[in-house]
Design a protein around this ligand. Structure first.
Ligand SMILES: [Zn+2]
Length: 323
């Protein structure tokens, strides 16, 4: 059996997937046609010369959000994203997205639309279970962050089988997260069963002094990326067995890591970081064009391990996180 077929047949768990970044470009163009939105014939995608992490955020703000402007478009995206993950053999999927006001809807309507689209998609795809994390962008002001935390609590009460937590995302070059601490602390106090997951150490120089310690003080349930973590902080993470969402292609194609061989997954694996705390994820499969099966293929090559080891690892992750 070839590598990709083997990886597709694995029962996989995806925990770090942004809804709008997970829509494939052909589906996005189809949606643009439906909505009468003109997209440029050429869109800078990974692989273009000089493509960087800033270009990833520009793709969201200038291209994807120009198409996903109303409830119908959002629903289209969620349904197509869930179907694509199912085709890739993902059995358990946590999607994340930042609630925003779109045409004819406020942030509450955004969350309601995503939840109903997930519910519909699951009823049509019975082999996949899908959950939702509401994202706070680090550029949000404290009031907006507080509104999103309140929405997470509200919808987790209404739809506990779908809404499972809050994520902190956004371009790390745009500033720190200290102003978000009161809202995120309130989440932990008011809704301790909800997960708090945070993008962590994505760039070499944190935007705020002690940013990483501030984040760890919030007792996050998982951390995303963890590319530039100093040794003493990694030692704390290991002692606390904090799960890390590993996004190989996102980091390499986004330009924060030079090559797959140089990716910190190998170091973490060899250092004995608990394997069930290392989770392969896609981040934005629509942008980086590498589905979760392909991430497993890359990881096996980089780690130099057998298929049996990878299968045991996938099962460990599934046992620990699939709820
Ligand atoms: Zn991400």
């Amino acid at each position: 059996m070839d590598e990709l077929t083997w990886a597709k047949n694995l029962a996989k768990t995806e925990l770090h997937a942004h809804i709008n970044g997970s829509i494939g470009m052909p589906d996005l163009r189809k949606l643009a046609d439906l909505k009468g939105v003109h997209l440029p014939a050429e869109i800078a995608l990974p692989g273009s010369a000089g493509f960087s992490l800033d270009d990833v955020f520009a793709l969201f703000s200038k291209t994807i959000y120009s198409v996903v402007r109303d409830a119908q478009a959002l629903q289209f995206v969620v349904e197509h994203v869930v179907a694509a993950f199912k085709r890739d053999g993902v059995r358990y999927l946590e999607l994340r997205s930042t609630p925003k006001s779109l045409e004819g809807m406020d942030m509450d309507g955004y969350v309601s639309t995503v939840v109903s689209a997930i519910s519909k998609a699951m009823s049509e795809n019975e082999t996949i279970r899908v959950k939702f994390l509401l994202s706070v962008d680090r550029r949000h002001d404290p009031e907006t962050a507080s509104t999103i935390v309140s929405l997470a609590i509200k919808y987790a009460n209404l739809f506990p089988s779908i809404v499972v937590g809050v994520d902190v995302c956004g371009n790390p070059a745009c500033g720190g997260i200290k102003h978000l601490v009161p809202s995120l602390s309130r989440l932990k106090l008011d809704a301790p069963t909800l997960k708090l997951v945070i993008h962590f150490a994505e760039i070499e120089t944190p935007p705020e002094e002690d940013e990483l310690l501030t984040i760890l003080s919030l007792n996050p349930d998982r951390l995303g990326h963890c590319t530039f973590v100093p040794d003493h902080i990694m030692a704390t993470m290991r002692a606390r067995k904090i799960p890390i969402e590993i996004c190989l292609s996102s980091n390499v194609v986004g330009g924060t890591v030079n090559s797959f061989e140089a990716h910190h997954l190998k170091q973490l694996w060899d250092s004995g970081y608990p394997r069930e705390c290392l989770i392969l994820c896609t981040d934005d499969v629509g942008i980086f064009c590498s589905d979760l099966s392909n991430e497993y293929v890359i990881a096996r090559r980089v780690l130099g391990v057998s298929r049996e080891v990878m299968e045991e690892w996938a099962q460990l992750v599934c046992d620990k996180y699939a709820r």
